[in-house]
Design a protein around this ligand. Structure first.
Ligand SMILES: *[C@@H]1O[C@H](CO)[C@@H](O)[C@H](O)[C@H]1NC(C)=O
Ligand SMILES: *[C@@H]1O[C@H](CO)[C@@H](O)[C@H](O)[C@H]1NC(C)=O
Ligand SMILES: *[C@@H]1O[C@H](CO)[C@@H](O)[C@H](O)[C@H]1NC(C)=O
Ligand SMILES: *[C@@H]1O[C@H](CO)[C@@H](O)[C@H](O)[C@H]1NC(C)=O
Ligand SMILES: *[C@@H]1O[C@H](CO)[C@@H](O)[C@H](O)[C@H]1NC(C)=O
Length: 801
């Protein structure tokens, strides 16, 4: 599972140590050729991307050349071609059974790049809890059912459960003219399931099969989702309006995707075990060829190697070309938080999404035998009145008072009782999750679980994270006082011998129904697991001058569609819905909102859509208090390395006033400007004769709606250009909140801009001192027609002049 991308020359050096050649286990490699892919093919008309018949002819030619190239170069039997990539990159994936084939390819004319396949992971953490759905935008887009209509969302995931009510089409099918893909029939997946809501569905499993990880019984050789992850993410992005959420016979209310009217094209390239990059690259190549508008990726590598070459990985370059084709790429930022530098989605052309909780909370209570009611959280069914026992009192001697060691429980003593488990800090769970504890308790036959608390969960909102659907009745007490009261009640009703053994359990209680939601109105809190910036390092070991994450959306405890035959969440086997948490769940919220923006503004570039979402994001909650972030030591004020530009605000994002646009060439300039980057590698990766003559002095000049300077020496003038997307002329005034230790001046300070016009301005940063740490600030362009455009600043001042 090591995500280090190994270049061929490096690999050969290892294989041929001291001239001894080691036998190679069969491996998959992605190979990129010098010739153009369809997206970069230079036809007779400049800046024209070939399409239609011309593109099909070129594709055929490219595939024939791939086969010819391989046949003339490699001995038969040493390789199998898994895919030809033609749309975004010109290359192929090869399953090689001999290291000789690899050596030949490495030296071959016309080969631009070779990269060993790596495993990718789904970015879901299995700690379920709660949900929230925005509906301030739908009324402006023709109503909920039509919100997102005409927009095609491509899900690169584990497939789809086509029979799910989130994806039915109740007769309003209209042909989507720009979709050119297919619906692939297969195991458990008849053609009829492509019903107009789901317009296409395809399987990309060749690398998984070659690696021996694909199990046809478990994984299904069709687009059918036997894992659940793909159905879950698709329902968040574009699930039908008002789909009743039924789980274990209980109706939790209605769920809707962010863009209920959008259509889905499904690319199954992930499986219960994760997936392979070469399958994902093939899926993306096809999705762009099929005409998707937005790509949703709730996947990433398990780690990112340092150094600027990460930007040139085949997947990153492919996604750059996807944006050249006008396709927005939305990716989960990763679940490796809260450590700094833990982001798994890092390229400036990708919208990288962090995860928050929502303000939905499921409260629960327990009534004790003395009539006292203690409150807490825990989504579970109620119990009858039962005896209460502490974990230690129904376990073997020397067992702990918490429930991390449930194997010490004595079943005959624990059966039928409510077991009190003492609180343990999050960090102590390790491999044991709350879910596994509850599974053990259920196996033993206890009636339920009461977890005590050392903090006031209900006040601090920290409880949001730990509320979850429980497989047995249970409650996590909400306060220290209630936990103490329970302990006192237990002690005074439990009869013990002189040696301390329990003679009679006299404490009783009943857990109430915890399945009804309440809404706290409190702001989103950055989830503990959400990966944090700064962005990847360059060769000088400075962070890249790019803000990551880009933005934050709800990711914790999200209800979504599920596959009943999935085994991946034990408490949801047989269910049509489940709650999941992870940046995997946050990304499709942004995907759906991007679809709404695309519907409203079909001609906006991917960068414009991202800009609209970022400049309008919230950094304060409902009450005007700053958004907070979870850390292992409690809550603190969040900063842009936690949540990027802030919490997404769909209502404002469809009407941003100004956008920061970026073209393909600007990204290439960015790559050529990364400190320590080998320009030859950039030329090879992109297929350029030369790096463009730079207007860009620093990477920080890439026209993003944020400013990150990872090494400020003295001062730097950062250039930006805004384009009005408003219908009226507006005058903006720049308001500045300086990062600690850094002076900021915006010139001009007042910008008057008419519809469709563009205006440049500069942001001069001047170090007042060497902060030797990132400090944060912002520039807000406040318009006189109600628009407000916020640009976060993150600056690391290495020295003052
Ligand atoms: C669509 O039809 C399905 C089954 O035919 C039904 O369960 C569902 O409620 C309908 N949805 C809407 C939005 O009418
Ligand atoms: C494939 O999956 C099935 C169903 O989960 C399981 O019973 C079987 O053991 C698996 N086969 C292999 C080779 O892992
Ligand atoms: C849930 O959706 C159904 C239609 O599917 C509708 O009749 C009902 O009013 C909705 N309930 C709520 C609380 O919105
Ligand atoms: C419990 O701990 C005591 C003292 O450390 C030790 O003597 C005893 O053997 C332990 N009993 C068990 C069952 O581990
Ligand atoms: C701005 O551009 C849009 C879309 O191209 C066009 O419809 C509109 O008329 C333009 N407005 C002005 C004032 O030029």
């Amino acid at each position: 599972m090591d995500a280090v991308s190994v270049t061929l020359s490096f690999l050969l050096a290892c294989l041929c140590l001291n001239g001894i050649s080691f036998p190679v286990v069969a491996k998959v490699y992605m190979v990129v050729l010098e010739e153009d892919a369809i997206i970069s093919y230079k036809s007779t008309r400049p800046n024209h991307i070939i399409r239609g018949h011309e593109a099909r002819k070129y594709k055929e030619k490219v595939i024939i050349r791939h086969d010819f190239f391989l046949e003339s170069l490699l001995p038969t039997g040493t390789y199998t071609k898994l895919y030809s990539y033609t749309r975004l990159i010109n290359g192929f994936a090869l399953h090689m059974t001999s290291d000789m084939a690899l050596k030949i390819l490495d030296g071959a004319m016309g080969v631009r790049m070779i990269q060993e396949d790596i495993k990718l992971t789904k970015l879901t953490t299995h700690t379920p809890d709660y949900v929230g759905v925005s509906n301030h935008v739908w009324p402006y887009l023709g109503g909920a059912e039509r919100a997102g209509e005409g927009v095609l969302v491509g899900m690169i995931d584990t497939g789809i459960n086509p029979n799910h009510p989130s994806f039915t089409n109740n007769g309003t099918v209209r042909r989507l003219s720009h979709f050119k893909g297919r619906c692939e029939e297969g195991d458990g997946f008849p053609l009829s399931v492509c019903n107009g809501k789901i317009v296409g569905a395809q399987l990309f499993a060749r690398a998984a099969i070659a690696a021996g990880d694909f199990n046809a019984t478990r994984d299904y050789a069709s687009p059918l989702d036997s894992d659940g992850h793909g159905s879950h993410t698709a329902s968040i992005a574009a699930g039908n309006f008002r789909t009743p959420v039924l789980s274990k016979g209980y109706n939790y209310g209605n769920a809707s995707g962010m863009a209920p009217g959008a259509r889905l094209s499904i690319y199954k390239a992930l499986f219960s075990f994760g997936g392979y990059m070469s399958d994902v690259v093939a899926a993306i190549d096809k999705a762009v060829e099929d005409g998707v508008d937005i790509l949703s990726l709730s996947i990433g590598p398990s780690s990112v190697p340092p150094g600027p070459s990460s930007f040139l990985s085949i997947l990153e370059i492919e996604l750059l070309f996807a944006t050249k084709a006008g396709v927005s790429v939305i990716q989960a930022v990763g679940n490796s938080g809260p450590d700094p530098n833990s982001i798994l989605s890092f390229s400036p052309w990708i919208t990288s999404v962090a995860a928050s909780g929502t303000d939905r909370m499921y409260k629960n209570s327990i009534i004790l035998g003395n009539g006292r009611v203690l409150s807490g959280i825990g989504i579970s069914e109620p119990t009858a009145e039962r005896q209460i026992a502490t974990k230690a009192d129904v376990s073997s001697p020397n067992a702990s008072t918490n429930c991390l060691d449930t194997e010490t429980l004595i079943p005959s003593l624990a059966q039928g009782k409510l077991i009190i488990c003492e609180h343990v800090p999050h960090s102590m769970y390790g491999q044991t999750t709350i879910s596994t504890i509850f599974q053990s308790i259920r196996r033993i036959g206890a009636a339920g679980v009461i977890i005590t608390s050392e903090e006031n969960l209900l006040d601090s909102d920290a409880g949001a994270e730990s509320s979850m659907t429980l497989p047995v009745p249970g409650i996590v007490l909400g306060s220290v006082a209630d936990s103490q009261e329970l302990q006192d009640y237990y002690n005074s009703n439990t009869l013990r011998s002189t040696t301390g053994e329990v003679i009679r359990f006299g404490a009783i209680g009943s857990i109430l129904d915890g399945r009804r939601a309440t809404y706290t109105q409190k702001g989103p809190i950055v989830a503990l697991y959400s990966s944090r910036g700064p962005d990847v390092n360059n060769n000088l070991m400075e962070a890249a001058d790019v803000l990551k994450p880009s933005i934050m959306a709800p990711g914790s405890a999200i209800w979504g569609a599920w596959s009943p035959n999935s085994q991946s969440v034990p408490e949801s086997i047989g269910e049509e819905f489940t709650m999941l948490s992870g940046t995997s769940m946050a990304a499709p919220h942004v995907t759906g909102i991007a679809a709404l923006i695309k519907q409203k503004h079909p001609d906006w570039s991917p960068a414009a859509i991202t800009s609209a979402m970022m400049t309008t994001a919230d950094r304060t909650d409902h009450f005007g208090n700053p958004i907070l972030a979870q850390t292992p030591d409690g809550l603190r004020t969040a900063n842009p390395f936690d949540y990027g530009a802030g919490a997404i605000n769909a209502a404002r994002a469809i009407n941003p006033g100004l956008i920061f646009d970026i073209e393909f060439e600007n990204y290439v300039q960015f790559l050529c400007t990364v400190p320590g980057m080998d320009k030859g590698s950039v030329r090879r990766a992109i297929g350029l004769g030369n790096c463009p003559t730079a207007h860009m002095r620093w990477c920080s000049d890439l026209n993003t709606p944020s400013v990150t300077v990872a090494n400020l020496v003295g001062s730097r003038r950062v250039m930006r250009r805004v384009t009005s997307v408003s219908t009226e002329t507006e005058t903006y005034v720049a308001l500045v909140k300086e990062p600690a230790g850094v002076a900021v001046r915006v010139t001009p300070r007042v910008i008057r801009i008419s519809p469709n016009a563009s205006r440049g301005f500069s942001i001069k940063l001047e170090a007042r001192e060497a902060t030797n740490a990132f400090t944060f600030g912002e520039v807000v362009l406040r318009g006189n027609k109600k628009h407000s455009v916020r640009i976060p600043l993150a600056v690391f001042a290495s020295s003052a002049l």
